[in-house]
Design a protein around this ligand. Sequence first.
Ligand SMILES: Cc1cc2nc3c(=O)[nH]c(=O)nc-3n(C[C@H](O)[C@H](O)[C@H](O)COP(=O)(O)OP(=O)(O)OC[C@H]3O[C@@H](n4cnc5c(N)ncnc54)[C@H](O)[C@@H]3O)c2cc1C
Length: 295
Amino acid sequence: MSLNASSRSAPPAMSFSFHRPGSLDAAIAFAREQGDAARFLAGGTDLIIQINRGRVAPRHLISLDGLGLDRIDEAATEYAIGAMVTHDAVVNHPGFQTNLVALAQASAVVGGRQVRNIATVGGNIVNASPAADLVPVLLALDATVDLRGLNGTRSMPLDRFLVERGRTERRPEEILTAVRFDKPPAASATWFLKAGRRKAMEISVICVAAQLVRGGKARIAIGAAASRTVRVPDAEVLVERQGAAAFREAGRIAADAVAPIDDVRASARYRKLLVAALVERALVACAGRIERGEA
Ligand SMILES: Cc1cc2nc3c(=O)[nH]c(=O)nc-3n(C[C@H](O)[C@H](O)[C@H](O)COP(=O)(O)OP(=O)(O)OC[C@H]3O[C@@H](n4cnc5c(N)ncnc54)[C@H](O)[C@@H]3O)c2cc1C
């Protein structure tokens, strides 16, 4: 099937062929054949905008719809979220309402309802925007990504997969099939906070995710504060050693560790202040949930 679209006001007219392969292997083989001329299409909420703005001009769009990547699987010790799972499905998943609530919190603030209905978890990760809302939560969960290519599937920590803005370790023909993470213990909590200039349909000025396990690990991840979403290992270690007494200091360490930009949304200085405040608040929220048995 071939689709042609054009816009009266935007000069670069879109022109591409739309492909709907019958299997993952067929999609991978076609992507390999076409190289840079092809892009995988999930919900299209990042990609179509990039095409419309003339940032990329693929001749072939390869749909990932209908290839079995839209399931959330729960095993005894882990969850696997398929790459084509929508943000709306994450928001409504029963397993993500207690100690994994940060997943639902982050997906709930991606765009508006129409965007969340079609935009996917895989697209949020592969697009590699430093402001992608779900990514800090997945980093805080020590998530692993599964990449299927010509020679089968390889896995790697999400932290290693993300290189910098718009760049990942994915080979051009590889499909991100799923993101996996261990089920957290009962006495643990996650929390996600996002600061923007308004509450809805807003890209993050800063977003923060935290995970705390009672008497155990602490994880802190920050979006929109550097060229990629980052964890703050120094702050995590301090919280693991000192607990609640170190929450404020962890915020300060996190603010020192990031290198935000000045742009139309916020100054770098304001972003650092937000990082310090939101990291502390996210940790306090996690500790409170564990304390109250809400986790
Ligand atoms: C109005 C609007 C508001 C938005 N607000 C937010 C927001 O608040 N927070 C936020 O984080 N994002 C926001 N976004 C961005 C976007 O909706 C999300 O990043 C979304 O998760 C992208 O998913 P998608 O399925 O649409 O990806 P697509 O646009 O289909 O794909 C994005 C990129 O990833 C590649 N890709 C997708 N899936 C795979 C895969 N499985 N394997 C290999 N490559 C793949 C594509 O080739 C493309 O390069 C917004 C977008 C719009 C249009």
